[in-house]
Design a protein around this ligand. Sequence first.
Ligand SMILES: Nc1ncnc2c1ncn2[C@@H]1O[C@H](COP(=O)(O)OP(=O)(O)OP(=O)(O)O)[C@@H](O)[C@H]1O
Ligand SMILES: Cc1ncc(CO)c(N)n1
Length: 274
Amino acid sequence: MGQIYKALTIAGSDSGGGAGIQADLKTFQMLEVYGMSAITAVTSQNTLGVNGIYDIPLEGIEGQINSVVSDIGVDAVKTGMLSQPAVIELVAEQVIKHKITKLVVDPVMIAKGGASLLADNAQDALRSRLLPLASVVTPNIPEAEVITGMQITSIHDMKEAALRIVQQFGAGAAVVKGGHSSGEPTDVLYDGEQFHLLTASRYETRHTHGTGCTFSAAITAELAKGSSLFDAVQTAKRFITLAIRYELGIGGGHGPTNHWAYWRHGNMKESMES
Ligand SMILES: Nc1ncnc2c1ncn2[C@@H]1O[C@H](COP(=O)(O)OP(=O)(O)OP(=O)(O)O)[C@@H](O)[C@H]1O
Ligand SMILES: Cc1ncc(CO)c(N)n1
């Protein structure tokens, strides 16, 4: 066995297995990275929606992070659902204390069914405490609108939002995801110096539960392995596109993506086309 790369996700649990911690661990595994978790909240959730949220006490979150970092070690960390301002504060302190340099912040705010996963009074903490520590932030369009306060209706606006997240809020880089736009799902990466547009076919499907979690987890796994940011985002785009294309068709609502599609179909040259 060669070197084992390790990633930690600090996020909420999705009992339905399509988003949150479960999506992150499945994605790490498929990209051959050893996955670990610090759970911030347990949700009772399925493809139809979120039925309950049960926050984990702060000392429990801190304990999970300390246990993992002090023994096993981490090459990269991602954050997902953080729920409350005090959780954001704690996670920021832990990132500084453990000298985490590869941090992917997925600023999760609202689930596909409309349930709020971040308290309204937590937005300031996210902006001021966490974004400056992030190597890359991965908002969807509504999240980028909340963070920047601007309206986003075009690629030009997505570029402007990504630029602001870096220049105004101090993140190392930003990817504004185009899943919520109409037409091709183009994602805009600003790496601190240049813009890159990543485009793929749009698949007409309701099974897009956890697309954002899966995408940011794939970036985290690739960064853990030592990839450049651009290469990591490109691999993540391919991973999520295949996961959406080869949908599983599970559940009566927004079903999960297919986390093994990249492994099964990723080498097929034509698999990203048509
Ligand atoms: N129907 C689709 N076909 C192809 N790619 C898509 C589709 N929907 C989203 N994507 C891609 O999936 C990735 C995640 O984007 P999206 O904007 O859906 O994230 P999100 O809203 O944060 O997801 P969620 O909150 O459900 O986890 C992006 O790369 C986006 O371009
Ligand atoms: C736990 C959790 N995290 C993130 C999302 C966003 O997809 C979700 N639905 N559930």
